[in-house]
Design a protein around this ligand. Structure first.
Ligand code: FAD
Length: 318
């Protein structure tokens, strides 16, 4: 297995990669294989697998009281990474998050990943639990991605939580982190957010993957400001083709991004979601072409585990 920075270094042209979600609990791994198979002809060197933390659901009991239950709707990131690597002989990149993990659990998960031969991880804080709204770390967990990053950097130096271990083996993770061309929603300013990103890179992050954006100028300005801050690692743009009219509201709400007026106008004119999907695909192809010309190392697509739109985009480009 290979580090993402190595793939980028050796690439002669823009690389194609994508992200999938673990299946909903109760669905088979075949649903993921079916989403990946049509995209393999475009030779992705790596596939990202998201992590979804627990949620709280409330069930009404016969006595009229509410029972609080904790569930994970999409478990299985480590297993899915193993299945993908085994089946497709491609690098799987698990997303690892602070939320819901103690430091000890994180260490054990990282050990599992390194046993599997996984060489890349995307280190994130994670979103708050849906019903909570504000991110709350575990009592012995990490508050920011920087703290989790420090743990991975330490493991890469052979520094485990138990300082008394004799000759522990260092891990060899290549570490990705998240970047926000339109600012992370909690950051008081873009400069603040960039300083935090610079801190991540100075600590040892090897590359950045961006939040989705629909206006390339936002990405280009972001890269320029990152370079001014001294952030010199690869900044991989993340793109998500628009596929339904309701996303006009859902995406800005969930991801704190703006949609360009031309795109909004085009989608509003569509009679149904099939027409929206076509608009979304054409927009994404155009975005991808411009980004290729700009010289991005990789075009990374958020597929939501549905391959048809991404396949049409990749067919036009790769
Ligand atoms: P952080 O880097 O911790 O930043 C969070 C906020 O705190 C920012 O505003 C930052 O400016 C600020 N900050 C950072 N460090 C410090 C510090 N030391 N002191 C004070 N402030 C600080 N979520 C999931 O749950 N699962 C996933 O699989 C997942 N995949 C993602 C993939 C990508 C490419 C992206 C862009 C996001 C993904 N997310 C995922 C969402 C992500 O977890 C959320 O955006 C989360 O709110 C922030 O994560 P982060 O790693 O950017 O956090």
């Amino acid at each position: 297995m290979t580090k993402i920075t190595q793939y980028i270094k050796e690439a002669k042209k823009t690389l194609f990669s994508f992200e999938i979600l673990p299946p909903l609990k109760g669905e088979s791994i075949q649903s993921i294989f079916s989403a990946i198979e049509p995209l393999m002809e475009f030779n992705p060197p790596f596939i990202d697998v998201t992590y979804h933390r627990e949620e709280y659901v409330y069930k009404l009991r016969e006595n009229g009281l509410l029972e609080k239950r904790t569930i994970r709707k999409r478990p299985g990131t480590v297993g899915i990474c193993a299945a993908i690597m085994n089946r497709f002989k491609v690098d799987a990149v698990p997303h690892i998050i602070c939320g819901g993990f103690t430091k000890e659990e994180t260490e054990n998960a990282l050990i599992d990943l390194s046993f599997l031969g996984i060489e890349n991880v995307l280190v994130l804080r994670g979103d708050p639990i849906k019903s909570e709204g504000v991110f709350v770390p575990e009592p012995d967990g990490h508050r920011y991605s920087t703290e989790l990053l420090q743990q991975v950097v330490n493991l890469n130096k052979g520094v485990y939580l138990d300082e008394e271990m004799k000759k522990p083996i260092p891990t060899e993770f290549c570490i990705g982190v998240a970047g926000y061309p339109e600012k992370h929603f909690e950051a008081p300013s873009m400069r603040f957010d960039l300083q935090k990103l610079k801190h991540k890179v100075d600590m040892g992050a090897d590359y950045v993957v961006t939040q989705m954006f629909y206006d390339n100028q936002k990405y280009i300005d972001y890269v320029r400001r990152c370079r001014q801050e001294g952030i010199n690692v690869p900044i991989i743009p993340g793109l998500k083709p628009l596929t339904s009219k309701k996303q006009l509201v859902a995406l800005p709400r969930a991801f704190f991004i703006d949609l360009p007026d031309d795109l909004v106008d085009a989608v509003e004119k569509c009679k149904d979601d099939a027409a929206v999907k076509q608009v979304g695909i054409e927009w994404c192809i155009q975005q991808s072409k411009e980004l290729m010309e700009f010289g991005v190392p990789v075009l990374h697509y958020y597929t939501m585990s549905k391959s048809d739109a991404t396949k049409k985009i990749a067919t036009a480009l790769f």
